[in-house]
Each structure stands twice: as structure tokens, then as C-alpha cells.
Design a binder for this molecule. Structure first.
Ligand code: GDP
Length: 361
């Protein structure tokens, strides 16, 4: 089938998928929590949407957090979708069509600790998968003599510091820039970077005070818009494609898949192919589930049933015969395509994942 048959039907720009990596205790979880918290305290209804395994932060909310740094009129990507499970183990198992599931990554580095073994490992994985990334130089609030500026952009924060505190932070930041360079990446403080394809931007942040978080979101949004827009153009109503985050037993639903969809749409009743331990599983979607909004969490049902889900999004898929499904495996909707071809596709992707896992093991 030629591409032009489907191209015009329902083309849209999807949300870029963001992963957070870094050494243990450098602040990955705290940073994700802070982003979610800042988004919620922006106050508007729909400031964020909790997906299965992911959090969507819409452009308007980013613009609210980033203040003067982001003019929403400069962007046409809908926002950012953060994968909730931080760490490079999950990152390296999460693939999409041979590449990384994440379109872009945040490498969190403790500004006092600098590069640590898992930072190096994360860098290796980012290199191997060719994933663009920025560095969040975290815990700037622990700089001796720091004068915290809750939630402020980094420039305002810098201006509020004593010369002494500022130069101590700068020393640490340049240490990290040097370590990036030792790893083969030309890097600089993000506001000095002209070409983000040639240079890694370093964003000073604090996951505790939120300083620099406006900058971090701005840079992620700007990078995606500038360099990934073409990649984000999908046929939203086309047959869905996604990656399994987790295989889970769910009361009333049996074995379910937590999936991040990166292309097309999945609908209730769709026939899907899922990577399995022995062979691809062909099954039919019984239910698509999303978390209930926080306000309703006290009701006994934890999920809302939806008819369909379009990329990019996290969703729980309930279907028969999922016991052999694997985390990291591809999920494909068959729809009007040849079933054997889709199975073959899933098989070859699975073979690739297995080669990779053996290399790492
Ligand atoms: P992870 O293992 O990378 O997910 O790290 P966590 O988010 O669990 O953070 C490890 C510890 O560092 C926790 O005690 C956090 O409260 C603390 N922490 C994380 N970010 C910051 C920060 O920006 N400033 C300060 N002062 N502490 C932080």
C-alpha cells in the first residue's frame, strides 16, 4: 500500500515521549514528582493527565510553568508525555521499531556528585540508541550559601545568589560539562547552546525548590519542536503501535498490558499482535483502561473504560491469552492489514530486542 493512501486521512502531531535517566539517588523520581506537582499547582483543570505508566503535560501547562520562557504560539506540538518509571533499565527495554521508545531523554546528574557508574551506563545507552538528550544538573539548592527561589527560571535564580554561591555552582557545572566531553559529547550550559544537535544542553535545576524546572520544560519543548516535528507527524487514526511497559494481573480483567502507544489508535475490539515469550500472541482487545482522575480515586473502581486511545498515550489493555506477553515487547493493531505481515513484523522486532538483551547481559 502506498503511503499517500493514508497520509492525508488524519495526520496530526503527537506528543513527544520523554524518559528520565540517571544514577540512583541523583533525583529522577523527585524531578518527575516536581514536574507533576508544578503542573497541578498551575491550577487549571486538565493541567496534567495521568496515563497508565506516563504523565501528559499539555503545552498550556508548560507555558504556565515556564512563564515568559514559553510563548505557546511558537509551538504546535501538543505537550510532553513523561514515562513515569525512571531509570535506564526500563529505558533500554523500551523500544519502538528498532529505536528507543522515548523520543528524547533527560539525564539527571547530581551537581555535587557528577558522573557516577549509572550515569556512564545511561550515556552508553543514549549513544547506542541515538536518543537526543539534555542534562538536568540537579540539586543546585545544596550549593553552600544557596538562596532558594521557589519555582523560578534559572536566570532569576542566578541573580539572587551571592558571587560565592554562584561560582561554586559554576565550578560544579563545568565539571559535568567536562565529564560529558570525556564521554564524547560537546556540551554547554543550555543558554549558550546554539545547535542542540551538535551540543548537549545542561540545565541547572532543583527537584526540591523547582528552580530551573521552567527552563527544563522549555528546552524539552523547544528541542522537540525544532528537531522532532517531522517524526511526530502520525496518522492518528491508523492502526496503533506501542510498547509493553508491564504485564500485570488486574482484578476482574485477568492478565493486562500496560502499554505506551507511539503511533495510531487502538480501539476496543481491535485485533492485536503482542510479543510473547514463545511466539507472537494474536488476540482481541476486550477493554481499554485509563486511571480514574485523582479526585475519584476513593471509589472502588480504579480505572475508567474508554473506547479508543490515540498516540502518544499510556493505556492498560485487557485481552484474553496475555499470560505469555513480555515487558518491552511490541504491540500492533492489525485493523485492515495482512495479519501474517503484522505477525512477521512483531517477530523480527522481538528478535532484535533479544539480541540486545544478550549483549547487555
Ligand atoms: P532517584 O533514585 O534518582 O529517583 O532519586 P530520588 O528522586 O529518590 O532522590 C534521592 C534523594 O535526593 C531523595 O532524598 C531526594 O529528596 C533528594 N533530592 C532529589 N532531588 C533533590 C534536589 O534537587 N535537592 C535536594 N536538596 N535534594 C534532592
Amino acid at each position: 500500500m502506498s503511503d499517500s493512501d493514508t497520509r492525508d486521512r488524519s495526520e496530526a502531531l503527537r506528543t513527544p515521549i520523554v524518559a528520565v535517566l540517571g544514577h540512583v539517588d541523583h533525583g529522577k523520581t523527585s524531578l518527575l514528582d516536581k514536574i507533576r506537582g508544578s503542573a497541578v499547582s498551575e491550577g487549571e483543570a486538565g493541567a496534567i493527565t495521568q496515563h497508565i505508566g506516563a504523565t501528559a503535560v499539555p503545552l498550556d501547562t508548560i507555558s504556565g510553568i515556564a512563564g515568559s520562557l514559553v510563548d505557546p504560539d511558537d509551538f504546535d506540538l501538543p505537550g510532553l508525555l513523561f514515562i513515569d518509571t525512571p531509570g535506564h533499565h526500563s529505558f533500554s527495554t523500551l523500544r519502538s521499531r528498532g529505536g528507543a521508545l522515548a523520543d528524547i531523554a533527560v539525564l539527571v546528574v547530581d551537581v555535587n556528585d557528577g558522573f557516577q557508574p549509572q550515569t556512564e551506563e545511561a550515556i552508553d545507552i543514549l549513544k547506542r540508541t541515538g536518543t537526543p538528550f539534555i542534562v538536568a544538573a540537579n540539586k543546585i539548592d545544596t550549593t553552600p550559601g544557596w538562596n532558594p527561589q521557589e519555582g523560578e527560571p534559572i536566570q532569576a535564580t542566578y541573580e539572587a545568589q551571592s558571587d560565592r554561591a554562584r561560582s561554586r555552582l559554576d565550578e560544579n557545572l563545568y565539571e559535568i560539562i567536562g565529564q560529558l566531553s570525556d564521554s564524547g559529547f560537546s556540551a554547554d550550559l543550555y543558554w549558550r547552546v546554539q545547535d542542540f544537535q551538535a551540543n548537549v544542553g545542561v540545565v541547572p535545576v532543583s527537584a526540591v525548590t523547582g528552580e530551573g524546572v521552567p527552563d527544563l520544560l522549555t528546552v524539552l519543548m523547544g528541542l522537540s519542536q525544532r528537531y522532532m516535528k517531522d517524526q511526530m507527524a502520525i496518522d492518528v487514526e491508523g492502526p496503533g503501535a506501542g510498547t509493553v511497559l508491564e504485564v500485570k494481573e488486574e482484578k476482574g480483567f485477568g492478565t493486562t498490558l500496560d502499554v505506551v502507544m507511539y503511533d495510531g489508535t487502538v480501539r476496543e475490539g481491535d485485533e492485536i499482535v503482542v510479543g510473547g515469550m514463545q511466539e507472537p500472541i494474536v488476540t482481541e482487545v476486550r477493554a481499554l483502561l485509563q486511571p480514574k482522575p485523582l479526585a475519584e480515586i476513593r471509589t472502588e473502581k480504579r480505572f475508567d473504560r474508554v473506547d479508543s486511545v490515540a498516540a502518544a498515550a499510556g493505556v492498560k489493555i485487557a485481552a484474553p491469552d496475555l499470560a505469555d506477553a513480555m515487558a518491552g515487547a511490541p504491540v500492533r493493531v492489525i485493523r485492515d492489514r495482512d495479519r501474517e505481515a503484522v505477525i512477521a513484523d512483531v517477530e523480527s522486532e522481538l528478535a532484535e530486542i533479544q539480541v540486545d538483551t544478550e549483549e547487555e547481559g
